[in-house]
Design a protein around this ligand. Structure first.
Ligand code: GLN
Length: 292
């Protein structure tokens, strides 16, 4: 697996991606059997591998049998589809992107149909709590505050907050943000950190990243603090903007699930870890994120 390294926020509980690689086949072949001829060992290895594969399938199967969702047979996902390449509209008006594909792969494993509901990022956690959606999959960062209101699955990607400025800006690094007017997406970690670090009076919150970038283009604000991948998409789509080299924070993305539905969280974790182990998650990330 390439570089899916989960960087933990201080104090935030979040399982590591690498922890799931139990190698049942290797472990089951013990070395104390001097009398065992090689052929037998091979058979044992094969049998153990088969058993491990069967256990995986069973685990996902069992998990899906137990889950209850808002609408029977459906996994309803809340997202904000203005966050490329994680979620955005394609030319045919479908929500596509990394999160949509990972959600589809999880739904398939759980035997559920995926339904995507687009909403403001700031409404997703309430939508989970009020039983409107089952999960929030929206490049959502695990944070201590959010953990008060929802549960998170294991992490599936790393996010970085960056700073977008006009090409001729005098802002050169995160150290120059003091006293500047900073645009953010409402309710995001960028919004929270900037308000804490630079004061609410210096922060303008927009309902999504695209609107914040429009405000920057029309000189209403001095910069936009936003997650790196959408930042790259916005800068590519609009002339005259650049991303500063200095990163603001590094975070873990995970799927938010209701605290009242631990069975669903567990089933998603089983499915997600299978998708991480077999390389599906990495290949989805690679499809949308080209190496710089
Ligand atoms: N990662 C950021 C957060 O969780 C932004 C997510 C988003 O805007 N979709 O707050």
């Amino acid at each position: 697996m390439k570089k899916l390294v989960a960087v933990l926020l201080a104090g935030v509980m979040c399982a590591s991606l690498a922890a799931c690689g139990s190698d049942a086949a290797d472990e089951s072949v013990t070395s104390d059997a001097e009398a065992v001829v090689e052929e037998t060992t091979e058979e044992t290895e094969e049998a153990a591998a088969d058993e491990a594969a069967a256990a995986d399938t069973e685990a996902a199967g069992e998990a899906s049998g137990e889950v209850t969702t808002v609408t029977e047979g459906v996994l309803t996902m809340g997202t904000n589809a203005a966050f490329p390449p994680y979620e955005y509209y394609d030319d045919s008006d479908n929500v596509v992107g990394i999160d949509a594909e990972i959600a589809q792969a999880i739904a398939d494993k759980l035997g559920l149909t995926l339904e995507i509901q687009d909403m403001d990022f700031n409404s997703i956690i309430t939508a989970i709590q009020s039983g409107k959606v089952d999960v929030g999959i929206a490049g959502m960062t695990v944070s201590e505050d959010r953990l008060q209101n929802v549960d998170f699955t294991d992490s599936y990607a790393t996010g970085v907050q960056v700073i977008i400025v006009p090409e001729d800006s005098e802002i050169e690094s995160v150290d120059d943000l003091e006293g500047k007017l900073i645009g953010v997406q409402e309710g995001t970690t960028g919004h929270i950190y900037c308000s804490d670090d630079y004061g609410e009076e210096n922060v303008r919150a927009y309902t999504n990243g695209a609107t914040a970038v429009q405000a920057l283009l029309s000189n209403q604000i001095d910069c936009v603090v936003i997650d790196q991948q959408p930042a790259l998409s916005f800068v590519e789509a609009n002339e005259g903007l650049k991303i500063l080299d200095t990163e603001y924070t590094i975070e873990d993305y995970a799927i938010a699930v209701s605290k009242d539905n631990p069975a669903l969280r567990d089933a998603i974790n089983t499915a997600l870890n299978e998708l991480i182990e077999d390389g599906t998650v990495q290949s989805i990330l690679d499809k949308y994120i080209t190496a710089e």
